[in-house]
Design a protein around this ligand. Structure first.
Ligand code: HEM
Length: 460
């Protein structure tokens, strides 16, 4: 006999009408839910004014929701809010929208191995600019520099557009305003999801004007990128080239003009925020553990030229990156919707009902990952095959046909940036930055911290 969702465990302190209001952490919602998952078990509920969120935080149940036959992707929560800025871009399009399939088919060649090889030089140019900047300013703000580096990478590799964020004196106008506007919209999308209706309505009233302005700023910025490309004679073989010129093999259509704008915005946003978060986590661990940094250099980087073929062979670095993704998934969870009635952990999830799969909890569920599940072990993914097929939930890139299209792009970029940094610098955390804390703005991203980068040649 399965039970109803109303029977699910819930946080203590529930009050009439408002429900689990006491257990809402508006600023760090998914981290709080991960704590609740430890207390309440692999599936639980949180209710606000009769609105029930079902959270799946266990590894085994999380894996069940990855079965595409029974579950699909749901466009709810912060994702639905982001449609306000990204419209029907790939990330926020409804799966049933024909434009989603069309864009995915048109853009998939932009993420092939061949495409990655072609992006390598643009990525390496960003790594070199970053190294030059750190040589000039050895005490650095990791958040700002990773925002800059990852935006430069997606700008230069994806759109043949320099952003001018790494002090090289060239780039698009208005990049800083674009970054600030985007940051505010992402924060709003995350925080407003946890608002009580009345509070949300008031906040909405107060913030709508600012947000309209932010959306307009972001759209103008990308429209300028598109216009500049159209005006140039260059037919660059990059993501923007595909968006503007490619014909969908199935429908024979190009992407509509508005949709190209939404796609550029989507790729600038999805392509930098998550990758910057991952880079920051990685740099924190490398700065906190110089032995680990030295080992990675000594074992697989020293004396190598970081060309495409070398970077794809950096196995230890990739294992280290996977461990960062396991404990600090930049996308801390995603929604899945039951296609038909499902039995999930003894509870009936009716067809059409969405559940929130909390990767942040499932990827450190001790039932699957063992007693050291919460520990950071840089070599964990080196010794065992710990992918989703190994019986443990590991899904930092999402699942199914809506899984991250930029996965290989991000892995290559992060591996190359880490290798370029480690072979040139010793990293050290500055005083008072000994703990990694995370803030949430649709993604899970470290609070700003600083590190000191000392050129390796001069340390002895
Ligand atoms: C560490 C870096 C990254 C992480 C952890 C990440 C994670 C994810 C996840 C979890 C999803 C699925 C979300 C859901 O189902 O709700 C997703 C989708 C997506 N990602 Fe990424 N991503 C990263 C980097 C990138 C990059 C570099 C790009 C572009 C160059 C990108 C573009 C996209 C797009 C367009 C989608 C939507 C795909 C679709 O629905 O068809 N991502 N990403």
């Amino acid at each position: 006999m399965t039970k109803q969702l109303s029977d699910l465990p819930h946080p203590s302190g529930r009050v009439p009408i408002l429900g689990d209001i006491r257990s809402v952490d508006r600023r760090r919602p998914t981290q709080h839910e991960a704590t609740l998952a430890r207390e309440l078990g692999p599936i639980f509920q949180r209710e606000l004014l009769g609105d029930r969120l079902v959270v799946v935080g266990g590894s085994a149940l999380g894996r069940e929701t990855l079965n595409e036959q029974n579950w699909g992707r749901a466009l709810v929560g912060p994702l639905a809010q982001l449609r306000e800025i990204a419209g029907s871009g790939l990330f926020t399009a409804r799966s049933k929208d024909p434009l989603w399939g069309q864009a995915r088919r048109i853009l998939t060649p932009g993420f092939s191995q061949e495409a990655m090889r072609a992006y390598h030089d643009a990525m390496a140019s960003v790594a070199e600019d970053l190294v030059a900047k750190w040589t000039r300013h050895p005490v650095l703000d990791v958040h700002d520099d990773m925002t800059a580096a990852t935006l430069e990478v997606i700008g230069r590799a994806g759109f043949s557009q320099r952003m001018g964020l790494l002090g090289d004196g060239q780039g698009a106008d208005g990049t800083d305003a674009f970054v600030a506007a985007l940051g505010r919209v992402l924060t709003w999308a995350s925080e407003s999801t946890n608002d009580l209706p009345i509070v949300g309505a008031v906040r909405e009233l107060l913030g709508a004007g600012r947000r309209r302005q932010d959306v307009a700023t972001a759209r103008t910025f990308v429209e300028n990128i598109i216009e500049r490309r159209k005006a140039s004679s260059a037919k660059d073989n990059d993501l923007l080239g595909l968006m503007l010129d490619s014909i969908d093999p199935e429908t024979g259509d190009k992407l509509p003009v508005d949709n190209v704008r939404d796609q550029v915005l989507t790729f600038l946003a999805a392509g930098h925020e998550t990758t910057a978060a991952l880079m920051e986590v990685a740099l924190f661990h490398l700065a906190a553990d110089p032995d680990l940094a030295n080992e990675l250099v000594a074992v697989e980087m020293e004396g190598t030229h970081l060309d495409y073929s070398t970077v794809v062979k950096l196995r230890r670095t990739r294992a280290f990156i996977n461990e960062c993704l396991r404990l600090y998934p930049p996308a801390p969870g995603f929604f899945r919707v039951a296609r038909t009635d499902q039995n999930l952990g003894g509870y009936t999830v009716p067809a059409g009902r969405a559940v929130f799969v909390l990767a942040l909890a499932a990827q450190k569920d001790p039932a699957a990952w063992g007693p050291d599940a919460e520990e950071f072990r840089a070599d964990r993914f080196l010794n065992e095959r710990l992918t989703a097929s190994s019986g443990r939930f590991f899904s930092p890139w999402g699942a199914g046909p809506r899984a991250c299209i930029g996965r290989q792009f991000a892995i290559h970029e992060v591996t190359l940036l880490i290798a370029s940094i480690l072979t040139r610098f010793d990293l050290k955390l500055t005083e008072g930055h000994g703990n990694l804390t995370l803030r949430e703005r649709a993604t899970l991203r470290p609070d700003p911290f600083q590190i000191v980068a000392t050129p390796r040649e001069t340390r002895r």
